[in-house]
Design a protein around this ligand. Structure first.
Ligand SMILES: CC/C=C\C/C=C\C/C=C\CCC/C=C/C(=O)SCCNC(=O)CCNC(=O)[C@H](O)C(C)(C)COP(=O)(O)OP(=O)(O)OC[C@H]1O[C@@H](n2cnc3c(N)ncnc32)[C@H](O)[C@@H]1OP(=O)(O)O
Length: 304
């Protein structure tokens, strides 16, 4: 456990090469010749995320398993970035499906406790890890499919938005959106840009200002998710979607993805330090700390 903060610092300081700067890895997975026994499944599991790579299909299944709500703590974000990096560098892996093992929750977003009552160094380290996770996921060369099997507010929604395709369980009790305004905080420009790129400017403007959490059927209407399926069919559907995307030559798909996402990625890369300073200044304000404390109290009261 003591290694986690060190690891976090190492990965956070190492910087990340987004999609546009990394050498492309065309046709990464070796095709399995017919007649040979199936390639084995490779698995690695850290504390909070479980990953299984099926070498015959080139598809990894990444499952969040951080109870109670898969909140994105510094440790979680570090594991997430490391897992993505491992898969990205593995020639056998061409796609990743992201889902959760926690019933009813995909991810509750950034861990609010990481943004409450901590010192400036901690805020800086935490925010760098949030940036790192997004740069890796949004800039990934792999096909990324989010199988959203529960509620997905704020940072959880960002993870889904950063994937190439989103499938959500058709349960109207599950909601998704960038609800930062409800907490009295502001989604940073790169959260906003990722959202706009998925749903368009008008829907994003209204949804962000209201801090809306959209029930699954509404999320589908807005284009925030691409399709809804019964929960028990979610992974089967995600695998089918993945197979369709992987049927294309990697280089054409990757270059197209890079072209679509480059401006938004480059914007954060060029303003990373400024963005960290903005976060620290913003989150350190007493009024913002008070809002976050009140929000946490509200969450606890809701339970009792
Ligand atoms: C001009 C300005 C310029 C620049 C600005 C600069 C920078 C930007 C500044 C800030 C940007 C910050 C961006 C923030 C992004 C985020 O992601 S914030 C997090 C938002 N998340 C939420 O609002 C979700 C809150 N949680 C819920 O709604 C519910 O918990 C749930 C629907 C996810 C699950 O509901 P239940 O199953 O009923 O579970 P509980 O509510 O009982 O929760 C269990 C347990 O977990 C704790 N918890 C829940 N969510 C979080 C969280 N996100 N972080 C930490 N802890 C969380 C909850 O309190 C319970 O704890 P206990 O009571 O059991 O101790």
């Amino acid at each position: 456990m003591a290694a986690a903060p060190i690891l976090a610092r190492r990965i956070a300081r190492s910087g990340v090469l987004p999609l546009c700067c990394r050498p492309p890895s065309w046709d990464r997975a070796p095709r399995q010749p017919p007649g040979l026994p199936l390639a084995p499944c490779r698995a690695f599991s850290n504390n909070k995320i479980q990953v299984e790579l099926d070498e015959s299909s080139g598809v990894a299944m990444m499952k969040f398993k951080s109870p109670p709500v898969n909140s994105l703590s510094l440790d979680f974000l570090t594991e997430f970035s490391i897992s993505l990096e491992k898969l990205e560098n593995d020639r056998a892996c061409r796609g990743v499906i992201i889902t959760s093992t926690i019933p009813k929750i995909f991810s509750s977003g950034l861990d609010i406790m990481e943004m409450c009552g901590k010192n400036v160094e901690h805020y800086g380290e935490f925010w760098r890890a949030v940036q790192e996770m997004w740069l890796r996921l949004y800039g990934s060369n792999m096909v990324t499919v989010a199988a959203v099997n529960g509620s997905s507010p704020a940072g959880g929604c960002l993870i889904a938005l950063s994937c190439d395709y989103r499938i959500m369980a058709e349960n109207p009790k599950f909601s998704i959106g960038l609800n930062e305004a409800q907490l009295g905080i502001v989604a940073p420009f790169w959260f906003k840009d990722t959202f706009v790129n998925v749903v368009g400017h008008r829907i994003a403007e209204r949804s962000l200002q209201l801090g809306s959490l959209h029930p699954a059927p509404e999320a589908l209407k807005l284009g925030l998710v691409d399709e809804l399926v019964p929960e028990e069919k979610l992974l089967e559907k995600a695998s089918a979607v993945m197979a369709r995307w992987l049927a294309l030559p990697d280089h054409a798909r990757q270059l197209t993805k890079s072209m679509m996402r480059k401006a938004v990625l480059d914007h954060l890369v060029a303003h990373r330090e400024e963005d960290i300073k903005n976060f620290i200044n913003f989150i350190s304000k007493e009024s913002i700390q008070k809002s976050l404390r009140m929000y946490m109290e509200m969450l606890k009261k809701k339970k009792s």
